[in-house]
Design a protein around this ligand. Sequence first.
Ligand SMILES: NC(=O)c1ccc[n+]([C@@H]2O[C@H](COP(=O)([O-])OP(=O)(O)OC[C@H]3O[C@@H](n4cnc5c(N)ncnc54)[C@H](O)[C@@H]3O)[C@@H](O)[C@H]2O)c1
Length: 311
Amino acid sequence: MMKRCSELYLDMLMILVMLGTPIAMFLSVMLKIYNRLFGSKSVKSIAGEIAVVTGGARGLGKLISIELAKQGCHIVIADIDLKQAEETANYLSDSYKVNAKAYKVDVSNYEEVVELNKNIIHDLGKATILVNNAGIMLFTDPSNPDWKEVQRMINVNLTANIWTNRVFLENMKEVGKGHIVAISSVAGITPFPFHPEYTSTKYAIRGLMQVLRIDLKMEEKFRNIKTTSVFPTFLNTNANILEMLKSSTFSKIAVAHDGEKVAKRIIQGILQNEEEISVPEIKLAFSKCTDLWPVEIFDRIVKRILLKEEK
Ligand SMILES: NC(=O)c1ccc[n+]([C@@H]2O[C@H](COP(=O)([O-])OP(=O)(O)OC[C@H]3O[C@@H](n4cnc5c(N)ncnc54)[C@H](O)[C@@H]3O)[C@@H](O)[C@H]2O)c1
């Protein structure tokens, strides 16, 4: 009887929360509009902090590194491609008068990440900003990917984030401040048809960051360690992705966004401690709304949009 009552109580609570959803969404949109119009959110300074950008040698990671350097951060380019990482680090130190250093590391290898942290502490000091950007998006044969490539994608897109968070969070806890950024994708908030492996890794990152965010809020002493999850759509930073977009039906519903603008938006999010950012901005709210739709309707619409017209 007692069990039945508490179950009923929980059901009622969940129904109340569901009924409150439109009000919560309305308030959140109003707050966003207010912040956009009046810029009321305070901005923190990250000048002098050491930022690690995984996969920072090229693409979005490089653009994020540039924006962080403009804010006066010292930059660690942690990339598997040492030559390109060194070129980027040299460009940053020459252009922005900050310390920038390249390290060759496979971020999906736990021991290499531990070693990386030791080397950074020895060479520059404790890193307090971590941008988990390294990622793999495409397979050599997308319709029948080799299992080793699939495993590699999971290792880089997901496992690496678990390792880097674990290692660098320790620095942040010791110093009492920090910021962890995860570059997920819109494929982390809405299914990306024909790309089950990529979608799975990006959904997983969203879960990882949600738990991290909540765990940090549980302890008052970690209140200055913040998280930001980023959900971008297609970017113009990657030629292979642009090619895929052009030749697929996704071009009917998506455009490639300017990587530089996206990097600037991410830094603004860090400075204002924003916890979730999507590009385009409306995509996050849109995905949360479509999650409420009956699956039959959602799937029917997606099928209608993405299936090539019959000849
Ligand atoms: N390009 C897009 O359209 C797009 C859209 C949404 C999300 N994203 C996400 O943004 C991030 C960056 O995308 P991008 O287009 O700039 O990618 P990119 O392929 O241009 O660059 C990725 C970088 O990661 C490095 N890297 C790969 N494996 C690594 C490893 N094991 N250890 C260390 N470094 C490694 C590469 O050497 C490269 O420098 C990815 O996480 C991607 O999923 C990209």
